[in-house]
Design a protein around this ligand. Structure first.
Ligand SMILES: Cc1ncc(C[n+]2csc(CCOP(=O)(O)OP(=O)(O)O)c2C)c(N)n1
Ligand SMILES: [Mg+2]
Length: 311
């Protein structure tokens, strides 16, 4: 029957309602709800496959109180491009719209780090080349979490994942995190920003700015993952704050290619150990002399950011 094939709309008035299936303390859901509320209901979201999609739309339910579509892991940006083109065509030709569709709709594509840094990257790059008026939001939890914590291009140095296991012959991942912010800037985007789930007001401000800009925008949000990082659900916000305050994952904003805003690190600058020690994915670093050297290397990465971005 038709009624059985239609997702049940949420009864809640919120744009991303509670009662979804994400873990307690999920940084990605906290960030996504903040993004949805900053965008408002006059928005269409195309979502890549990943925890955000899986946990919010278990068939036949949906936690989304706004227009939202899922297609495939790799093509959220291409779906968003199609939506943007159809809306632009209708606006240009003053074509009648269905009664539930308003004018001036914002189009957003979003996905996890795997869907953004790796698998969806080609189509995101095409969307940016074409200069389309679409905001892309990446919820970066630093691995392919939905399928069991495999390393992605966003996994940081020395993190334990199931494909970069730490052990007697390995210190965890031996790849440096891919610099997606630099890659977005290389496409000439008018707005590029980085933030974390520790600073919800900052997410709101950046999303509102990005949505007001005509043209492509990219926002990357570090989103702590309770099972993937091996952390206490009550620590999500604190970890989001520490990631930025140590200098490892700075709050940045670029307008027309220029760095226009950063959040300064506190004085004294917290050491990276403070951020890493409560995460099981880094626990091997605190057990050996070799691990100590890696901690020094990671501290160097944070210090390099402080110098590079004037934090
Ligand atoms: C083309 C393709 N490859 C792999 C998968 C399996 N898969 C589904 S979700 C997922 C993990 C997504 O990782 P990420 O984008 O980082 O989002 P997260 O779950 O971490 O939020 C994978 C590998 C898929 N659905 N399609
Ligand atoms: Mg991920």
């Amino acid at each position: 029957m038709l009624t059985k094939t239609i997702a049940k709309p949420t009864k809640s008035k919120t744009l991303l309602s509670p009662g979804h299936r994400a873990c307690a303390g999920c940084g990605q859901l906290i960030a996504a709800r903040t993004v949805a509320e900053a965008l408002g209901p006059n928005t269409i979201i195309a979502n890549a496959t990943g925890c955000l999609e899986v946990t919010t739309t278990p068939y036949p339910e949906s936690a989304w109180g706004m227009p939202w579509i899922h297609s495939l892991f790799e093509n959220a940006s291409a779906v968003a491009s199609g939506i943007r083109a159809a809306l632009d065509y209708k606006e240009k030709n003053k074509s009648p719209l269905p009664p539930f569709v308003k004018r001036g709709i914002k189009v957003v594509a979003q996905g996890g780090d795997g869907g953004t840094f790796d698998i969806g990257f080609g189509l995101i790059s095409g969307m940016w080349e074409r200069g389309e008026n679409i905001l892309y939001v990446c919820y970066d939890n630093e691995a392919y979490m939905n399928t069991g914590i495999q390393a992605s291009g966003a996994t940081p140095w020395a993190a334990h994942t199931t494909t970069t296991p730490a052990g007697s012959h390995s210190i965890g991942s031996q790849q440096r995190k891919k610099d997606m912010i630099a890659i977005a800037l290389a496409h000439g985007l008018p707005y590029v920003a980085q933030t974390t789930a520790g600073f919800l007001a900052d997410i709101t401000a950046k999303v509102k700015k990005a949505a007001a800009i005509e043209g492509p925008a990219y926002i990357q949000i570090l989103s702590p993952c309770v099972p993937g990082w091996g952390v206490d659900p009550a620590q999500t916000i604190k970890l989001g704050k520490l990631a930025a305050q140590t200098g490892l994952y700075p709050l940045l904003e670029y307008t027309n290619g220029q760095l226009t805003n950063v959040m300064k690190v506190p004085s004294p600058q917290p050491k990276v150990d403070e951020y890493l020690k409560s995460q099981i994915r880094f626990k091997h670093l605190f057990k050996s002399e070799e691990g100590k050297k890696e901690l020094e290397y990671i501290q160097g990465l944070a210090d390099e950011n402080v110098r590079k971005y004037g934090l």
